[in-house]
Design a protein around this ligand. Sequence first.
Ligand SMILES: NC(=O)c1ccc[n+]([C@@H]2O[C@H](COP(=O)([O-])OP(=O)(O)OC[C@H]3O[C@@H](n4cnc5c(N)ncnc54)[C@H](O)[C@@H]3O)[C@@H](O)[C@H]2O)c1
Length: 455
Amino acid sequence: MGSLNRRSFLKTAAVAGTGIALAPNFLPADSEIKFKRTKPGGKLKIAFIGVGGRGRGHLGSVCQYNDVEIPAICDIDPVAVSKAQEILKDNNRKEATVYTGDEYAFLKMLERDDIDGVIIATPWLWHTRMAVASMKAGKYTGVEVSAANTIEECWDLVNTYEETGVPVMILENVCFAREAMAVLNMVRDGLFGELVHATCGYQHDLRGVKFQPGVEFGKNAKGEARWRTLHSLKRNGDLYPTHGVGPVATWLDINRGNRFVSLSSQATKATGLHHYIVKNPQGGEDHPNAKLKWKLGDIVTTTIKTANEETIVVSHDTNLPRPYSWGFTLHGNEGVWGGDYEGRRIYIEGRSPEHEWETGEAYDKYFKKYDHRIWKEEEKKAEGAGHGGIDYFTIKAFLNSVRNEVPPPLDAYDAAAWSAITPLSEASVASSGAPQFFPDFTRGNWIKNKPVFGI
Ligand SMILES: NC(=O)c1ccc[n+]([C@@H]2O[C@H](COP(=O)([O-])OP(=O)(O)OC[C@H]3O[C@@H](n4cnc5c(N)ncnc54)[C@H](O)[C@@H]3O)[C@@H](O)[C@H]2O)c1
């Protein structure tokens, strides 16, 4: 046996028990996926792992589709499970079979042969393990952000996709923001000329999320304070890069003609969480949590360099008082754009008044011209969905991909490259900003892959 054949034989033998249609070799990044629905033409069957705040949001979105059934849900928290069943009931759906009792109950659920797709919305440390198990079980997988915690986990997502041919979609909803998609159209129309630089970030005062109730976190706390806060205590880096970087990656064709090459990160001192604890009426200097030494710098700033020689400055800012922002700007050699929920502005050389931003109604003329087709067509349907409608489009894209057995618009390579920012930024912060290099998760295919998002 030649070495390639021997390798593919061993891989096939290793996963043969899982019942998946297997790729004979590693799939090249642009090959067809191997996923097949359980009953072609029948109703889609979507299961959930994690029905906390986020999972239940997605559950509500999925319930809007008459051709989709939800046969099974998995969560270790009985309260989350009963709230999820309430959502199903309110939407005139059958009760789902529940998988619970221990942290690996999801494996039992994945043994079912009537599930087409799985949506994973659990704490970060579970994402890759669950996504890998779900792909190996032949289920089209949607995983919440970030998708991985370590470089090894990033490779696990890519390797598992290539070995099984079963896709994973990173459910990065900000890519579907109306403004981000309009900017994508502007970019593709050449409005900014050649792109040079972008800024973005996750600038979200999470103090009331990291501590809930009062200044509590950990096992007896509520919601994300049960698991998210520990990351701020133990880790120093950009812990949540994908909301900012996802849309920028679509504008800059990352993994499709371009790629992230290296980054350098610096972190400020960590004052915000301690300050919050001592100032909080339920905390104070004598509260045990006031003695803790938080590792996460209040603002972590990362500069990424791309293969096409753009830079991207990414901000992670979750410990200080501030209004929410993604901090977007995009600079080209013919113009610049900035804004997210608010402060939308543009300057195009030769069109805008010299040295003046176009804002308000002047900006709206650009926006109307470039507003993305999916938003124009389905604005009404998206109304009321989470995060200003973007969750509607995220779930719709996932379900369409499963339904039509096609690759997702945001795939394993996107999940890996974007999530890799976290461990690389930690390594860089720990070494005073020393550059860290991104693995090429596409194995070189970025030079020929074509953009797919929003087309
Ligand atoms: N894209 C977005 O806008 C957005 C918004 C909020 C949260 N999120 C992401 O969604 C994920 C979930 O966040 P959340 O706010 O719902 O958190 P949450 O704590 O409310 O919910 C997590 C759920 O996972 C369950 N869980 C934990 N371990 C499990 C296991 N081993 N098996 C089964 N269930 C398990 C918990 O019991 C809980 O119900 C996180 O990764 C978060 O970053 C994304």
